[in-house]
Design a protein around this ligand. Structure first.
Ligand code: FAD
Length: 414
């Protein structure tokens, strides 16, 4: 077979007919009896990913040698367009594919790439992130979970929190401290750990919108093979920075490794927008509502232009990798504004809908409850602003009294 890249037009036509024959239409997946709906999403996603993989449509921008298709962003964009009316394994995008697998592609060993990237693309395994700790997520380099080398293994003790969808994952990229005598950024290591192990106690955390996607994990002498170290021991900050780069890119909407378009699952309708909500509520002729819809739409358009501009700048080398904080920042602000506007349009209907009511009005109320999520996940908005000022605009760095102090001597807590 020729190595020449298939044209986007040919690929799109091929995808169209394959999707029609192989993928279920949006909203047509059967309910699995006796299974928690949050678990069902993951079972369905794994099955859908296996189907995509078998059909040659999984991991479109990942290299072929790790199970991907070796294609380009325009191919991915064409596939997103074609697959919009089908069920897609959206939950596998972040963090499994677009963050953890993307990071491993840059930083992992050949064996790790073959096992974890191929595994994630083929639907055999799911990856998640163990970064944040109760002592603070913004000060990531100040983390306390420790790993001690013992022959061919590491022994891990400590606690992680806010791990999105860890309950449904198989492995996590876990940032730990391996040297307490080095300054905080220089004593860390990134280690791939199994999520479900008798030495790890996991608890799920209910969020304000009722879902339980957040998890926290307590490690007591968790033993992992030393070959699970990503990169070099005590250079985990470099690996973690690369992972955060992909996270900012993914949550900002600029990742090449996400596939499919998010939609209201199983509801049989497109995800609501301010414009569709205004129409559904018969408020689309109200001039005040039209102004709100326009305001949100303009922000959406500007945000998508920022994503394109920053992506081009980072690809060409004009912008440093830290510029991903720009799309992360504007993505969160745009999302927040969209939620605010929908809440405003829905008015009291957004809060009085019955708890079991699946209507768009209730959706806008629940979405409003989660409006802050985007300004914390992937690093807070304040930290993104710090990053842009210090690493993109090269303004003076924030004072850090602990920067060159052995971590053992850094004052912590009270
Ligand atoms: C939807 C979502 C998904 C997440 N998924 C994961 C996940 O999968 N894995 C994972 O490990 N973590 C995850 N997180 C955690 C996330 O990374 C942290 O919430 C984030 O890094 C902030 O850390 P924190 O919550 O501990 O807040 P803190 O670090 O305690 O910060 C509290 C407040 O202080 C501000 N602040 C702190 N330091 C500074 C400073 N130097 N300058 C200015 N302001 C500052 C922050 O901006 C914030 O507003 C997720 C969070 C969310 C909301």
């Amino acid at each position: 077979m020729s190595d020449e890249l298939e044209s986007v037009e040919d690929f799109q036509l091929r995808a169209r007919s394959w999707l029609a024959e192989n993928m279920p239409k949006a909203g047509s997946l059967p309910i699995r009896k006796g299974i928690d709906p949050e678990e069902q999403v993951w079972l369905d996603a794994r099955d859908l990913q296996k189907t995509l993989f078998a059909g040659g449509f999984a991991g479109i921008c990942f290299p072929k040698e790790y199970g991907g298709q070796g294609l380009t962003r325009p191919h991915q964009a064409a596939f997103n367009q074609e697959s919009a009316d089908y069920e897609m394994p959206i939950v596998l995008n972040v963090p499994s594919l677009a963050i953890c697998s993307a990071m491993l592609l840059d930083m992992g060993s050949e064996e790790q790439k073959q096992k974890y990237i191929r595994g994630a693309i083929s639907g055999e395994l799911v990856l998640c992130q163990f970064l944040s700790e109760p002592s603070g997520g913004s000060d990531l380099a100040g983390l306390l979970t420790r790993a001690q080398r013992d022959g061919d293994t590491y022994i891990i003790n400590g606690q992680k929190c806010w791990s999105t969808n860890a309950f449904a994952a198989d492995f996590a990229t876990c940032l730990v401290r391996t040297d307490w005598d080095a300054p905080k950024h220089r004593g860390l290591s990134m280690i791939i750990v199994p999520v479900h192990d008798p030495a790890t106690h996991m608890q799920r955390v209910q969020m304000v919108n009722g879902t339980r996607e957040f998890c926290e994990e307590f490690f007591t002498d968790l033993v992992v093979p030393a070959e699970n170290l990503v990169g070099v021991e005590n250079d985990g900050w470099t690996v973690g920075q690369r992972q955060l780069f992909f996270e900012r890119q993914a949550v900002g909407g600029g990742s090449a490794y996400t596939s499919g378009m998010a939609r209201a699952r199983g509801a049989g309708h497109d995800a609501i927008t301010p414009a569709s909500l205004a129409t559904r509520m018969g408020k689309n002729t109200d001039s005040a509502v039209r102004e709100l819809v326009g305001w949100s739409h303009v922000n959406d358009v500007v945000n998508s232009q920022i994503i394109k501009r920053v992506t081009i700048g980072m690809t060409s080398g004009e912008y440093p990798a830290h510029a991903s904080s720009m799309m992360r920042l504007t993505g969160a602000e745009t999302n927040q504004l969209r939620n605010d506007v929908m809440f405003e349009i829905a008015g009291e209907d957004a809060v009085v809908a019955n708890h079991n009511d699946q209507s768009v009005l209730r959706e806008s109320g629940v979405a409003y409850l989660m409006r802050q999520a985007g300004s914390l996940g992937g690093g807070s908005t304040e930290m993104s602003r710090n990053m842009i000022s210090e690493r993109v605009l090269m303004m003076p760095r924030e004072l850090a009294a602990d920067r060159d102090v052995p971590f053992r001597d850094v004052r912590r807590g009270r």
